[in-house]
Design a binder for this molecule. Structure first.
Ligand code: SF4
Ligand code: FES
Length: 366
């Protein structure tokens, strides 16, 4: 059995009040009727705690749409797991947060789409900015640590200074600046979301300046984009290495996007224990470590640092998840990434907001 996982991404529901075009959830969303019950989630938390998990992101979709969220938080807390709620803020009022905090919730991560209210609402596909501001105030009042999570793309990278100012005015302790990745629905919008090299350089410089200016925090986390530097990201810290994802219907994945890999046959907590899934399932063992690698990764000195990059990206771009991630400049497929990042001028496509269900004709590789 490999080292134990320490993190669990619990996707409690795919239902969501927002319609962000960068959504990385799969094209085909899990219906509410297929979701795990409270008792099944409580059992997931118990087994996760036994397995060594110490931290869970309670995510979605919008986890607040689960009326039994308090019970799931309590189960995680009882299993010795630190709980962080990842939320749009829509529906988070004082009464609900008091109950969640009472059940053992330890911190909140709030998503925001832009610092300017109208731009944020436009990207989210509905009015939500005001509610997010109110949610931030409620979290501060209750006294829980608050983080901001912003997915960065072509439509908001230029507003990085304003986003940091917003975080300061909302009293956050951490701002996660997550450069967009292209999975699920977001893959459909890749051309519309792709930033320019200049935008990224400007934003990087802004982060550097803010870090200098704010040595005592908030902490600024810059999630490095992997399309521009010729360097593959160590996706998930390695396949089946540190974390697992449980989707709303109990499917267990080595990474949130792996449901798109056509032949993975992922296990489900309804059929197997988390311990068996982690240690013995074929889905978790397939790309674990370095034995599965082909050249150039197999003989590369960086193979234990980046694990050959991202399997889901390799599949999305080449149709073969065993190939070196094309983000790496040593990959024979690196030209695919270079072509995507070339600014060809002209009008770029509009972002398609996320709508529930499947996008017609949108399955497969893009
Ligand atoms: Fe990483 Fe493979 Fe590229 Fe080497 S060849 S840097 S291991 S992705
Ligand atoms: Fe699946 Fe990178 S997102 S391995």
């Amino acid at each position: 059995m490999s080292a134990r996982p320490w993190a669990l991404l619990a996707e409690l529901t795919h239902a969501c009040p927002l319609h962000c075009g960068y959504c990385s959830n799969p094209l085909e969303l899990t219906s509410r009727t297929s979701e795990l019950s409270t008792e099944q989630w409580a059992e997931v938390m118990r087994q996760a705690g036994e397995l060594g998990v110490v931290h869970t992101h309670l995510s979605g979709g919008e986890p607040l749409l689960r009326r039994d969220l308090e019970g799931i938080v309590a189960a995680a807390d009882a299993a010795g797991i630190y709980t962080q709620l990842v939320t749009s803020g829509v529906g988070l009022d004082r009464a609900r947060l008091d109950v969640l905090a009472g059940a053992g919730l330890k911190s909140v991560q709030l998503s925001v789409q832009h610092a300017e209210p109208r731009a944020s609402d436009r990207i989210a596909g509905r009015r939500s900015f005001e509610e997010k501001g109110r949610a931030a105030a409620v979290v501060r009042d209750v006294g829980l640590p608050l983080g901001l999570n912003v997915v960065l793309h072509r439509d908001n990278l230029d507003a990085l200074d304003d986003i940091v100012e917003l975080g300061l005015s909302w009293g956050v302790e951490r701002i996660e600046l997550a450069n967009v990745q292209f999975y699920g629905w977001g893959l459909l919008n890749r051309a519309a979301l792709m930033p320019t090299r200049e935008q990224l350089a400007g934003a990087r410089e802004a982060v550097r300046r803010w870090r200098e200016r704010l040595p005592a925090g908030p902490e600024l986390v810059w999630v490095v984009p992997d399309h521009f530097d010729g360097v593959a990201k160590p996706c998930m810290g390695g396949w089946g290495s540190v974390s697992l994802t449980v989707t709303p219907d109990g499917t267990v994945l080595p990474c949130p996007a792996a449901a798109a890999l056509p032949d993975l046959d992922p296990p489900n907590v309804r059929d197997h224990s988390l311990g068996w899934i982690w240690g013995r399932s074929e889905a978790f063992r397939r790309y674990r470590g370095t034995d599965w690698m082909a050249e150039p990764c197999r003989s590369c000195s960086r193979r234990d640092e980046d694990f050959g990059g991202c399997r889901c990206q390799a599949y999305a771009l080449t149709g073969d998840a065993t190939r070196t991630d094309p983000a790496c400049r040593l990959s024979p497929d690196h030209g695919l990434i270079r072509a995507l990042t070339e600014d060809k001028g002209g009008e770029r496509p509009k972002i398609r907001h996320r709508v529930p269900g499947r996008a017609k004709g949108a399955a497969g590789r893009v």
